[in-house]
Design a protein around this ligand. Structure first.
Ligand code: FES
Length: 317
């Protein structure tokens, strides 16, 4: 965890926006303007206990006096969301990074936004951007129930409410992504944020109507990384050390355990801070940062989540 926070922000508002979901407005401690951000951007919160967690900004992208985030309390997570819920109160000061973006919008004649659960946050910001610039878009938002749907009432009152479609698993408003996407398959770009299964479902539907992989973009929920797989070895070429990476362990954990400091922030494969050059071997990429072309080139690997298809991976470390 080498990231140094850049901003000192004060909690100006904390409110419940759905079951187990709190929304926070964070303002500059001295009341100044904040650095601009692009739709899809996130900030890293530096929390008590050394936790650093990434949260997407959901507010209007032209809003400079506050950053808006929403946090789902994950009982089975790694503890960061519980710290946010329990410790971050109105008036508290929290240190954060500046905004960064791993989920950027591409200009397209039609943009489809699909949110599953708390994955709505970056997509609200994208919808604002589309509406402000007069672009064509539609936002489909799925939640298990109305009670678990963040911002349900607010979305109904936004100036682009006609472009927002809500779907609940316990109601009769099913989403059929293939039929929604069919009409504009050749010119559409599709952005999905939510659990892995939701993203797979949307992207399979998109492919089934002829939407190319290059038109699909996604960001998984934070905390969803899979470190399963057999033991392999990393060889650190610079320090000339060989380290085993045990089943269920990440390369980051194995390297840190050996006393070597590595840059890492999100530890979820979304920020890119731990990307490290690969000198030999074939990585099993499990991050959300590298493009398909970068994965095929195998020149970089995310230490916090990826594993190895080869028995040994040689790293430039
Ligand atoms: Fe963020 Fe690995 S620490 S991608």
């Amino acid at each position: 965890m080498n990231e140094q926070p850049e901003l000192s922000l004060r909690v100006a508002s904390r409110r419940l926006v759905a079951e187990d979901i709190l929304a926070f407005d964070l303002v500059e401690s001295n009341g100044g303007l904040l650095p601009a951000f692009e739709p899809g951007a996130h900030i890293n919160l530096h929390l008590p206990g050394g936790h650093i967690r990434s949260y997407s900004l959901y507010g209007r992208p032209d809003e400079r006096d506050r950053y808006r985030i929403a946090v789902l309390r994950a009982e089975d997570g790694r503890g960061g969301s519980k710290v946010v819920h329990d410790a971050l109160q109105n008036g508290d000061v929290v240190m954060t990074s500046a905004p960064a973006n791993c989920f950027a919008l591409v200009e397209a004649p039609m943009t489809w936004l699909f949110a599953g659960g708390i994955g709505i946050t970056p997509l609200i910001c994208m919808a604002w951007s589309m509406w402000l610039r007069g672009r064509r878009f539609a936002l489909h938002y799925c939640a298990r129930s109305a009670l678990k749907m963040a911002f349900r009432d607010e979305l109904a009152n936004l100036p682009f409410a006609d472009s927002v479609h809500l779907h609940f698993n316990d109601d009769v408003l099913p989403l059929d992504p293939a039929s929604a996407l069919r009409e504009s398959a050749s010119e559409a770009h599709v952005y999905t944020c939510g659990p892995a299964g939701f993203i797979d479902w949307i992207e399979q539907a998109a492919r089934s109507v002829g939407i190319a992989g290059s038109q699909l973009h996604h960001e998984r929920f934070s905390g969803e990384t899979d470190s399963s797989g057999p033991e392999f070895e990393v060889y650190l070429a610079t320090s000339k050390r060989r380290l085993p990476v045990r089943p269920g362990e990440t390369m980051l954990e194995a390297i840190t355990r050996a006393g070597i400091s590595v840059n890492a922030v999100c530890e979820q494969g979304v920020c890119g801070a731990c990307l490290t050059p690969v000198l030999d071997g074939k990585p099993d990429h499990r991050d959300q940062v590298l493009t398909d072309e970068e994965r095929e080139a195998n020149r970089l690997v995310a230490l916090c989540c990826s594993r190895s298809f080869s028995t040994c991976l040689t790293l430039d470390l």
